[in-house]
Design a protein around this ligand. Structure first.
Ligand SMILES: CC(C)(COP(=O)(O)OP(=O)(O)OC[C@H]1O[C@@H](n2cnc3c(N)ncnc32)[C@H](O)[C@@H]1OP(=O)(O)O)[C@@H](O)C(=O)NCCC(=O)NCCS
Length: 201
């Protein structure tokens, strides 16, 4: 059965990555991560993302966590400084589905962090929360994000594109899905993806 409300607090450790709850003292790091053109371009974050936006963001994250409606974790290397964020939200207990999202701060990109974080939370959502279909909504121009999705075993879903108006004009979001593989229930591909990524460095 799908877990409801979602577990809190949560700490997930994988190969080269630790996902942990946001803390009040992360405010300056959060603002530095999110006040950045690529985040503004590909997500619906306020821009500029200032201290006030950061405080509101941490407050909403905390409410969502204690209310059990979402998982929203800082991506770290070792439980310390936040380098990005990964989320799970819009949980449908009836359909056993949820949506995920991720971002990584500019200085920390191309190190496999988004891939490691998404594969770790995907595994948790499947193995512990017993969700059976996980979704990403990705702007079709966001090649970095589609690469991460593909690496983690997500595939384009047969769903109509979502048109969205953002600060950069109209955007088209495609849905990507991760579904249980009947031939490979443990899904070694997902479990090994982070290890392979780090092993290559
Ligand atoms: C998308 C994002 C999270 C990727 O984070 P990341 O930690 O750099 O991703 P990874 O290091 O795991 O990248 C895995 C692979 O994706 C591809 N990739 C990542 N960034 C890329 C880029 N800018 N251009 C092309 N390919 C890219 C590469 O194939 C990469 O592997 P490689 O470095 O071995 O070539 C990050 O660029 C980001 O935060 N962007 C802004 C926010 C955003 O778009 N979030 C997703 C919304 S749907």
């Amino acid at each position: 059965m799908t877990v409801s409300p979602l577990p809190y607090p949560l700490r997930l450790a994988g190969t080269g990555v630790v996902l942990r709850e946001w803390r009040g003292e992360d405010l300056d790091d959060l603002v530095a991560l999110l006040d950045e053109p690529d985040i503004a371009r590909w997500t619906l974050m306020p821009s500029p993302f200032d201290v006030e936006a950061g405080l509101a963001y941490l407050r909403r994250a905390h409410q969502g966590r204690i209310g059990g409606s979402r998982i929203q974790l800082a991506i770290t290397a070792d439980g310390g400084r936040p380098l990005g964020e990964v989320l799970l939200f819009n949980v449908s207990s009836e359909l056993h589905e949820a949506e995920l999202g991720y971002l990584v701060g500019r200085p920390f990109r191309r190190r496999g962090l988004a891939t490691a974080a998404l594969s770790l939370l995907t595994g948790y959502a499947f193995d512990t929360l017993r969700l059976r279909r996980l979704l990403l909504r990705i702007d079709r121009g966001n090649s970095a994000s589609t690469s991460v999705a593909r690496r983690c075993g997500y595939r384009p879903a047969a769903e109509p594109p979502i048109q969205q108006d953002g600060p950069y004009g109209p955007a088209t979001l495609d849905t990507w899905e991760y579904v249980e593989s009947r031939s490979d229930p443990q899904d070694d591909r997902r479990k090994n993806v982070a290890a392979r990524r780090y092993g290559r460095r």
